[in-house]
Design a protein around this ligand. Sequence first.
Ligand SMILES: NC(=O)c1ccc[n+]([C@@H]2O[C@H](COP(=O)([O-])OP(=O)(O)OC[C@H]3O[C@@H](n4cnc5c(N)ncnc54)[C@H](O)[C@@H]3O)[C@@H](O)[C@H]2O)c1
Length: 244
Amino acid sequence: MDLGLAERVAVVTGGASGIGRAIAAALIAEGARVYLLDVAEPAELPAGMAGMVHADVREPAAVAAALARVAQAEGGLDVLVNSAGVLGSGGFAEADLAQWRRIEGVNLTGVVVCCQAAIPHLGARRRGRIVNIASVAAFRGGGAVGNVLYGASKAGVVALTLGLARELGPAGITVNAIAPGITPTAMTAAHLGVRRAAAIARRVPLGRLARAEDTAALAAFLASDRAGFISGTVIPVDGGWLAA
Ligand SMILES: NC(=O)c1ccc[n+]([C@@H]2O[C@H](COP(=O)([O-])OP(=O)(O)OC[C@H]3O[C@@H](n4cnc5c(N)ncnc54)[C@H](O)[C@@H]3O)[C@@H](O)[C@H]2O)c1
């Protein structure tokens, strides 16, 4: 199926690593012009990437300037994928406010900031797409990996997705979220030893952990013309874990 993404202009936050990087690669494979927005340098640039912009998703001025540069260079912006995120660990009672501010700041405020900066550009061509990377943790208040604070931040992303779908529909912008299951990436590496990974995989009906490419395939579809009438959804990519 041709997704109709050729020459569409996309910004992927958190695109230097893990799921964001896989999403960038999937969009590039579909012919999109893809820019990574990240605080970190990618270990290796995805082949065919249009560019990289350095910005912290919590910083409105930096994000607005970065997106404006992309839109000016490309003549517009069609797709925003919000994948930048940080994990929390440890019990709620022991968690200090600094941890909450860090998690909420990147995972929720970061999405607010990036959406607000992108909306004027996305609305200009009336075919904008926002894809937010939430988590199965949104529905379980954390879980096998990620604590309560992380789950709460991702639940905020779910609510933001629903409300923005309502507000931005009239501007021709779709807003959807993906809730990936546990995926081996830099974020989860410290929590996924061989035995722990195997124990989690046994609880997944489809018998394995998620792969970044599983989420990337859906993100590319939701970013495309083919998903033009899909908005306000939150789709798990978890091998059935939430249903188990
Ligand atoms: N890995 C999992 O199991 C899993 C499961 C569900 C959801 N998610 C979500 O998927 C997204 C991607 O996670 P990942 O596993 O690829 O993690 P990752 O650590 O591999 O990648 C996260 C990226 O976000 C960037 N980033 C962090 N803070 C930033 C900031 N303030 N500004 C800009 N960029 C920033 C990092 O530099 C990194 O490149 C996150 O939102 C995460 O919560 C991950």
